[in-house]
Design a protein around this ligand. Structure first.
Ligand code: C5P
Length: 463
């Protein structure tokens, strides 16, 4: 399955480093070539000799080793691999990678590599839950780093349990295979994965049997876009992820504005982007309400969906769903509705004159929420679908509506965005404009959600 694939395994300094040795074995069994880099901390837990014996390759430890640099420099180490795996990814290594520090060989490789990076975090649950780690996680995810784990269970520290155990070697192997398959999805989580983790934690707390390993780790689901998010299990294991504990409101789809009982004004919005954002926010641990106009899409798993038809219904549903920490207005709300829609089907007249349809302006939901005097979400994000002068109009909209960010996209017929799978967007904030590469709508959603998590973590830190 992995034959011919080259893995650069960075082993960080944590108790879970012993599992990295098993990981080498598992990867080799599947035909991968594994080359190891060990931090100084890692060498306190396992020896380079063991890693060398298992990988049958020289193990690299020093940034300034003359022989290594002359022989195989850090750039070559990364160039000669297909994937960089960091296991265990300690809080320190994540912080270094998130900030671009490069004072040892491991962090240097992470800064220099242009290969995909998969991290398997492992740390004490309090370190994992710390806002600093949350921020680093959001930054790394936004940078495109993939994650597997951590799982819940007992810690090396006596009597401690919680989320922070490194994913099991076979879970990491599955994530490696998924990452190398180039976007292929890792196996969907088993229905009861949360229960499994929860029971594991419970058993650990009771000092009981070894917790069963979940079939797939939570972070696989968040960051690799694997199958649907598991349904939340209220009152059980609290949600994990960079948006855990946050409430996110998303609007999606078009609105239908009735002309008479059988006819309406609509637009071409499919709801794909808004639904993807709601799904990504739920996968990142948020409690999500999705207010959706009429769409032909399944409800995203783990999301509360409120279905509406008209702009006025959408406004009501949005108001009812507040408060929220962040609100993302993706819906293509009709700007106008027909004044006094007919109660009966409008009939053709004998003289052939078409009916005169008087239009009135709909409420602007985004502007209303952005300008709320109290209870405004900390972060309000609007979308700007434009067919020309995309950035110019988006910047004007940011100022006019009073929202914090505008995600601008070109929806001219030649762009294929409306109803399509892919999207090319620009993120317009008070700081400037970021041009994002063309991605599919799920990737846009994940990236936006990672940015939202980052902004909320910063807002929280500053509060
Ligand atoms: O003004 P325009 O329709 O181009 O603005 C687009 C943004 O405003 C989107 O975020 C859309 O969801 C939101 N909007 C709204 N209510 C309206 C019109 C647009 O929330 N009536």
């Amino acid at each position: 399955m992995l034959s011919g694939r080259r893995i650069l395994l960075v082993i960080g300094g944590g108790v879970a480093a012993y599992k990295a040795l098993d990981l080498i074995r598992r990867l080799k069994e599947r035909g991968a070539a594994v080359r190891c880099v060990m931090t100084a901390g890692a060498q306190e837990f396992v020896t380079p000799l063991s890693a060398a014996a298992l990988s049958q390759e020289k193990v690299f430890t020093d940034l300034f080793s003359l022989t290594d640099e002359a022989d195989i420099g850090h750039i070559r180490l990364s160039r000669e691999s297909d994937l960089v795996v960091v296991a265990p990814a300690t809080a320190d290594l994540m912080a270094k990678a998130a900030s671009g520090l490069a004072n040892d060989l491991a962090s240097n490789i992470l800064l220099a590599t242009d290969k995909p990076v998969l991290m398997a975090p492992a740390m004490n649950p309090r370190m994992w839950a710390h806002p600093a780690t949350r921020r680093n996680l959001a930054t790394l995810a936004a940078d495109g780093v993939l994650f597997v784990g951590p799982n819940a269970g007992s810690m090396a520290e006596r009597g401690e349990s919680g989320v922070g155990r490194m994913a099991e070697p076979l879970e990491i192997v599955a994530a490696v295979e998924a990452a190398l398959a180039g976007g292929a999805k890792p196996p969907a989580p088993s229905v009861a994965w949360r229960d499994v983790i929860y029971q594991g934690a419970e058993a650990a707390l009771a000092g009981g049997a070894k917790p069963p390993a979940p079939s797939v780790a939570w972070r696989d689901v968040i960051y690799q876009g694997a199958g649907p998010a598991p349904p939340p299990a209220p009152g059980r294991l609290p949600p994990q992820g960079p948006l855990a504990g946050m409430r996110v409101l998303v609007t999606s789809g078009p609105t239908h504005e009735p002309i008479d009982p059988v006819r309406y004004i609509a637009n071409r919005s499919s709801g794909r982007q808004g639904h993807a954002i709601a799904a990504a926010a739920a996968q990142a641990g948020a409690r999500v309400t999705l207010v959706s106009g009429p769409v032909n899409l399944p409800d995203p798993p783990g999301v509360r969906v409120v279905k509406v038809e008209t702009a006025r219904e959408m406004l009501q549903a949005v108001e009812a769903a507040l408060p929220a920490d962040a609100a993302v207005f993706t819906a293509a709300v009709a700007d106008w509705r027909v004044a006094g829609a007919a109660g009966e089907k409008i009939k053709k007249t004998a003289d052939g004159a078409p009916p005169a349809l008087a239009l009135v302006e709909n409420p602007d939901i985004l502007a209303a929420v952005s300008q709320m005097a109290s209870g405004r979400p900390k972060l309000v994000v609007g979308f700007a679908a434009e067919t020309e002068k995309v950035l110019e109009h988006a910047k004007a909209k940011l100022a006019r509506k009073g929202c914090d960010w505008i995600v601008a996209n070109d929806v001219s017929p030649e762009s294929g965005v409306m109803g399509g799978e892919r999207n090319t967007v620009h993120l317009v904030t008070a700081e400037g404009v970021e041009d994002w590469p063309t991605m599919n709508k799920d990737e846009v959603a994940r990236r936006l959600v990672a940015r939202i998590a980052d902004a909320l973590a910063r807002a929280g830190a500053g509060a």
